[in-house]
Structures are given as C-alpha cells and as structure tokens.
Design a protein around this ligand. Structure first.
Ligand code: ADP
Length: 249
C-alpha cells in the first residue's frame, strides 16, 4: 500500500473552515486514528483523502504522487463505512467481487482475489452465505474484504463500529486491530470515540475546530498531551487503560 501525506490542507464551506492547514503523514502499513468532537473536521479530512472533496489549499499525496485533483474513482481507496451496508441480494463472495467487477477486473483475477481475501480474513466458509444471516463481526470482516478487493492504496474507515452494541464493539476492536496489523494496510480510522481509537490505532491525530492539536502514539498522547484540549479529550473515565500499558504485537 501507499504512504499517504496531507500537506497543509485547508477546506472551507462558505464561512466555515472545516479543516485548517492540516499536515499529516500516514506511513505505509500504519493505522492512523483521527479523533475529535463532532464538527472538528474528521469527515472532511477523510473525504479529502478519498477525493470526494478538493482542498482550497494544500495537497494530498499517495507515496510521491500528487492526487489532490484526481477524482475518487481514480484514487484507488478502500472504504469501510458503517452506512456501507453489504449488498443483501448478493452472496458474501459476490459482495467481495463487486468492486473489482466495477473496475473491469477479469473474472479469473476477481476469483483469485476473492479466494485469497476470504482465506486471509478467515471467512472462506461463509462465501455462499447471504450477508443478512451473518453476525456483526462476520459482516465487518466481509466489509473489510470488500474494501480490500480493489487492492487500494489506503483503507479508509469511517466510524465502522457505529450502531453495534458495546459488548460487540469491544470484541471487534481487538479483532479489527489484529486484522489491520496482520494485513499491514495503511489506514485512516475516523471515530468520535477516543477509547476506540486508542485501542485500535498505531498513532492518533486529535483534531479541534479544523486544526490538528497533536499526533502521536496513543500512550504518548494520553500521558503527554500537547494542549489542554487534548488532555481533556483523552481523559475520559470510561477509557479502559490496559491497552496503554500492554506491549504492542
Ligand atoms: P466531523 O466529521 O468531525 O464531525 P466534519 O468534517 O463533518 O466534522 O465538519 C467540519 C465542519 O465543516 C463542521 O462545522 C461542519 O458543519 C462543516 N461542514 C462539513 N461538511 C459541510 C458541507 N457539505 N457544507 C457546509 N458545511 C459543512
């Protein structure tokens, strides 16, 4: 996958500056969590990387290539959105083959990718199932397999846990974390839930009012917050701090 760089990106909607001079790099294989309160610019950041928004100033790069003005369909990004429900009139295998089919990938190669991804995500036995018959965790894996099937430069996850119950969320956190680690994907993970981001991501970027307040590993952001805002934002009682102490795989 690619290294993704935002270089001084600014995007306004009328009088509202949604993101303000944001610079960040996601090294190949890293999962960067983008967190902050509602309205701080997380979605706009993700949409800018995907190409759904064009910055007013600044640039977006995949490795050394500039993609700032490349339309989304030519950017090769994999999307996992909560609202991106699986297609229910298709089997699991057909869901995974959908993206490559839309990209004009030939049947034989589609088949190869589907087989490989289902195997990799440990859902090969589900290939002919109707997505509606799967558990939340299984559906999420199919969602990730579907996003990876186009062989993207980066995987963008936008609140992928929204709508799941708390118990399932906790379990899926570590499952998805292991998966992203194992697949070695470059990923941007947007969530308003700081505990989720800290549990899931290699580094987190804390946003406030369109600006980046701090970027760093979860433990660093937690123990050495750069600003008062960050200190307050990451100091929620509900955070289960075990993962801040545990060594990383
Ligand atoms: P977040 O994802 O962190 O909730 P957003 O990126 O959606 O934040 O929004 C950042 C700011 O930009 C907010 O003030 C929001 O109201 C504004 N905004 C986002 N999208 C639009 C839009 N299409 N038109 C006008 N304002 C927008």
């Amino acid at each position: 996958m690619a290294r993704v760089t935002l270089d001084s990106v600014t995007k306004a909607y009328g009088d509202t500056t949604a993101i303000d001079d944001v610079s960040a790099a996601v090294p190949d294989g890293e999962t960067l969590g983008v967190v902050g309160p509602s309205g701080c610019g997380k979605t706009t950041t993700l949409r800018t990387v995907a190409g759904f928004e064009t910055p007013d100033a600044g640039g977006v790069y995949f490795d050394d290539g500039e993609v700032t003005h490349v339309p989304p369909e030519n950017r090769n990004v994999g999307l996992v959105f909560q609202s991106y429900a699986l297609f229910e009139h298709m089997t699991v295998a057909e869901n995974v083959a959908f993206g490559p089919r839309m990209h004009g990938v030939e049947q034989e190669e589609r088949q190869r990718r589907v087989d490989e991804l289902l195997e990799l995500l440990d859902i090969a036995e589900l290939r002919d199932r109707d997505p509606a018959s799967l558990s939340g965790g299984q559906q999420q894996r199919v969602g990730v397999a579907r996003a990876l099937a186009i062989e993207p430069e980066i995987l963008l996850l936008d609140e992928p846990m929204t709508g799941l119950d708390a118990k399932l969320k906790t379990r899926l956190r570590s499952e998805l974390r292991d998966l992203l680690d194992r697949l070695d994907v470059t990923a941007l993970y947007v969530t308003h839930d700081q505990a989720e981001a800290m549990a899931m991501c290699d580094r987190i970027a804390v946003m406030n009012g369109g600006a980046l307040e701090q970027v760093g590993p979860p433990a660093e952001v937690y123990h050495e917050p750069a600003t008062e805002f960050v200190a307050e934002f990451v100091s929620v009682d509900a955070v289960d701090l075990d993962f801040l102490e545990a060594p990383r795989a």
